[in-house]
Design a protein around this ligand. Sequence first.
Ligand code: PLP
Length: 399
Amino acid sequence: MWHPFPEGMIVRLVENMNRLGTETAFEVLARAEELGRQGKDIINLGIGQPDFATPAHIVEAAIKALRDGHHGYTPAQGVLPLREAVAADLHKRHGTEVSPDNIAIMPGGKPTMFFAILMFGEPGVEIMYPDPGFPIYRSMIEFTGATPVPTPLRMENDFAFSADEVLANVNEKTRLIIVNSPGNPTGGVTPKSEIDRLIAGLADWPDVAIMSDEIYSNMLYDGRSHTSFLNYPDIRDRLILLDGWSKTYAMTGWRLGFSVWPDSLIEKIVRLAVNNHSCVNAPTQFAGIAALTGPQDAAAQMMTAFDERRRIIVPLLNTLPGFNCLEPAGAFYAFPNIEGTGRSGKKLQSEMLEKVGVATVPGSSFGIHADGFVRFSYASSVENINSAVQRIGGMLAAG
Ligand code: PLP
């Protein structure tokens, strides 16, 4: 058989590949599925995706698009009616004007962070990111050779960032600051007053870009309203906004997201898109239009269900010995501190999965200071939540 390399030769990868991290939630998902195949009864509170189907009118719009012949390439930036729908949605939700020319349709939320970090990261520069936070931020920063500078999100601060702490770390080497509220894995929401202070302080650093990951901006509880970084005109010329359909419309597998870029960067992101994926698949873009312009009741019903589950899971977790859980203000994650169990998050997560079939994600997957935590996604039924906590309680009682 033909082989591209002489027998025994080891291929030589670029140095950066050694630094690329991963998202442990996908590994947990694979292990949970494997255990399920072995006949174990697994409750999956690991992966962060709604347990609802994509609303029917959205699915129909994609099918119709295919029937109508939308099966070819589209402009790399996304079809204009979708970008117009995104602009209208941003206006409705945040009261802000965004031109469709500044919007890029992306294959999910993740590619925006991937490309933004690629644009700004290189050896010798610093990129700040939330910790605990979405693991891909740090992974990609390290991949580029830039130095990752964590912004600690503390439980005693309701997992909000402190503007003073962020600003204290900004220096001449800082190229990009990543923020995420409502946050994964904590469900924390940073108050507007703190964002105001950050933006005011950043006036002293006009060449530092900001990427605000607002993928959970539709998912707030107790009547809270979202403060978008789009609402700060002073930073619009250096703001990248990440958002998308995955969480709000139960569309994680469709791979559809969008980002807003300043005039100086939009051409660059479109060029990266052309080089990478050409465009998002056409029927999915039409589904995106239906999601934004169609009825919103299915999305609202999902939020009502998440809220109900939040009110159930948090008190239940707090009944477990050694658990201390805050009430999340947004998203669909509970992030209890579990140090009182005498285990690390990793140890507890592995025990819960292997012994009692409850899949979660250890805090250490989300940062360097989060080993005493475990993330529970409550995008799962009340029944599952009840029996998961019951199983964990039994496991802890057994020692
Ligand atoms: N940003 C955050 C904070 C997330 O939690 C996620 C997904 O879990 C994403 C971005 C990526 O979203 P998508 O699945 O649309 O790529």
